[in-house]
Design a protein around this ligand. Structure first.
Ligand SMILES: Cc1cc2nc3c(=O)[nH]c(=O)nc-3n(C[C@H](O)[C@H](O)[C@H](O)COP(=O)(O)OP(=O)(O)OC[C@H]3O[C@@H](n4cnc5c(N)ncnc54)[C@H](O)[C@@H]3O)c2cc1C
Length: 387
């Protein structure tokens, strides 16, 4: 059986982030295998995040904005971001750039193939494909959900699910300096739902209809909402635009305990590693925190000591917000309304990035209706120790 120091199973956002950091550290002397069912980069994911300093993968940033629009029920506001910038990069640029560098490095083997299993014998973790098996000191995997088949369901099986259209228009309609973070659907037909819009130029944009709920809709339903929005907001009829590309996403918003290991010496990375911020679905920046920590541990001791990305108090806030979204969605909408109306977007971003002080957390929390939170705290009191 072929043996490596490390195997990266899954070459998506987390696998390639880790490989990139290893490539730029003394760990590049190790022998590594990177395996994915497809190593052809595709333009199927648009990753956005906010950052107050130097963004990760700065050279690959596709667009950035310092003005954001948020539309709640009572107001429509465009706000200037002073502390943070909102960045976006495309999976195709990310994949192309990183894979091309890895291909040229003698210590990184790239293999296209379907992983059928990950196991552990008495000494090593082993990766299996239909035709081969490979062993390593550590396997970093972003392919298999460690909670599958455990019978342990999350208390709030919520998802952030969306369909996006990348469109081009014949006339200029978009303000390319302003992205729309949330434009809430006033009908409340599908629960908490909103339009998210990233303008690439005056004549092209990515527009997504996003819902926080536990049930996926028929794809047509999301598309009707996008079409309706383009009509109502920009007076665009289907003949006025071309759909260049579609994007679909389903991101877990689950309240599960931290489960770092899939099996001994097989570390869970990225989404299956529970890195997603449960109350927002944002994952990309947190993948950078997770992969930075892995490289640091390997360099300092060869032993990985995984920690949850969020400190305990932020895990508690997420639990309460999920409880409100899941059990009392109308209250959640009131919470979002007050959150955006009573705080600057910089402060909201700081809070959601878990970069705020306890004093600021309390300020944010006192700016939203307190009954839903007090009820959520009461309803989840027995869950706090589990998260
Ligand atoms: C459309 C979309 C948009 C998103 N936008 C944002 C955003 O704006 N901001 C943000 O923070 N987060 C966003 N996310 C969430 C998150 O950042 C992404 O899902 C991110 O790709 C997660 O990285 P990952 O490495 O965990 O998973 P992936 O990127 O999905 O990588 C997993 C890899 O494993 C491979 N694989 C799986 N099973 C096997 C197998 N059996 N054999 C071989 N290979 C296998 C897959 O081919 C894939 O390449 C988005 C998610 C989606 C789906």
């Amino acid at each position: 059986m072929q043996s490596y120091d490390y195997i990266i199973a899954g070459a998506g956002a987390s696998g390639l982030s880790l490989a990139w950091k290893m490539l730029h550290s003394p760990l590049s002397e190790k022998n590594m295998l990177i395996i994915d069912q497809s190593l052809t980069p595709t333009n199927d994911k648009t990753w956005c995040f906010w950052d107050a300093t130097d963004p990760p993968f700065a050279e690959l940033i596709y667009r950035k904005w310092n003005k954001a629009e948020v539309n709640t029920f009572d107001s429509r506001t465009i706000e200037l971001l002073n502390t943070y910038t909102y960045y976006c990069l495309r999976s195709i640029d990310f994949g192309r750039h990183i894979l091309s560098k890895l291909k040229n490095h003698p210590n990184f083997d790239l293999l296209e193939g379907s992983i059928t299993d990950l196991s552990f014998n008495e000494r090593n973790p082993i990766l299996h494909t239909d035709s081969d098996s490979f062993k390593a000191e550590y396997i970093f995997q972003s392919c298999f959900d460690p909670w599958n088949n455990t019978g342990d369901q999350p208390r709030h099986p919520l998802l952030q699910h969306f369909v996006g259209w990348e469109i081009s228009t014949s006339k200029p309609v978009f303000d390319e300096d302003v992205f729309t973070l949330m434009d809430f659907d006033q009908t409340f037909e599908d629960g908490i739902a909103f339009i998210y819009l990233l303008p690439w130029s005056q004549t092209s944009a990515l527009i997504e209809y996003t819902i926080f709920s536990d049930t996926l809709l028929d794809k047509k339903k999301y598309e009707e909402k996008i079409s309706l929005y383009l009509n109502n907001r920009f007076n665009l009829k289907p003949v006025d635009y071309t759909i260049e590309r579609k994007e679909f996403g389903k991101i877990p918003m689950a309240d599960r305990p931290h489960k770092p290991w899939y099996k001994p010496n097989i570390l869970n990375l990225g989404t299956v590693g529970g890195v997603t911020k449960p109350s927002t679905g944002y994952t990309f920046k947190r993948i950078q925190q997770q992969t930075d920590a892995i490289v640091k541990d390997l360099l300092s001791s060869r032993e990985i000591r995984p920690q949850p990305i969020s400190r305990k108090r932020f895990r508690a806030y997420d639990l309460w917000l999920l409880q409100i979204i899941d059990r009392h969605p109308k209250d959640a909408l009131r919470v979002f309304n007050h959150l955006f109306q009573n705080n600057s977007l910089d402060k909201v971003f700081q809070f959601l990035a878990e970069e705020s002080s306890i004093k600021n957390d309390l300020k944010i929390m006192s700016s939203v209706p307190n009954i839903p939170f007090l009820r959520a705290i009461w309803e989840t009191s027995n869950r706090l120790k589990e998260i």
